[in-house]
Design a protein around this ligand. Structure first.
Ligand SMILES: [Fe+2]
Length: 189
């Protein structure tokens, strides 16, 4: 798990588009098209997200309701070549994900609210996982970015801090048009 706190870095995108998240996706797609084969796509996406996060306002994010103590996601962009997808998640007070990993790299930026992020290591006996050990429990807020490598690295859980709601931007290195949930590798129900 990598954490980035550079919320106010370069304000280089001047677009007044109603869909800056689409702009973000198109920028990453274009950069991937022209990147060298040694370029790390997660780092590329993370850098673009870092630049866009301070520019987003409420009308850039889809509006949808979420049940109490829950979270819900909306797919907002998929790379034409299926290299990554961008989702918006909204969280209500008390929401917490199961412990999980991802089938691809991922970067999460906090648009609003205060979140907690717990990271875990597998204590394994060969192929069998005997237990999970928490290795980190950090707080992240507006403008912060966390990134993970694919499972079995980056096992984590995200939750909303008390008395908070939150909205987050997620970029995953998979085509999630058919099933956004297929990104997840679950370690608990
Ligand atoms: Fe996750």
């Amino acid at each position: 798990m990598y954490v980035d706190n550079h919320a106010n870095e370069a304000n280089i995108f001047k677009s007044q588009s109603q869909s800056r998240l689409k702009d973000l996706g198109q920028l990453i797609s274009s950069e991937m098209d022209h990147a060298s084969s040694t370029c790390n796509p997660r780092q590329l996406a993370e850098a673009a997200l870092r630049s866009f996060l301070p520019l987003l306002s409420d009308h850039d994010l889809p509006s949808f309701s979420v049940e109490q103590a829950a979270y819900a996601r909306r797919l907002v962009y998929t790379d034409p070549r299926g290299r990554f997808s961008i989702l918006v998640l909204r969280w209500t007070q008390g929401a917490k994900t199961p412990i999980h990993g991802h089938n691809a790299w991922g970067s999460v930026g906090v648009y609003s609210g205060n979140m907690g992020c717990q990271c875990f290591d597998r204590i394994a006996d060969g192929e069998n996982i005997e237990s999970l050990k928490m290795t980190l429990d950090i707080k992240i807020g507006r403008g912060d970015i966390t990134s993970v490598n694919p499972d079995p690295e980056g096992i984590h859980s995200l939750y909303v801090e008390e008395n908070n709601t939150a909205a987050t931007i997620h970029i995953y290195g998979m085509d999630l048009r058919d099933d956004p949930q297929c990104i997840n590798v679950m370690y608990e129900d």
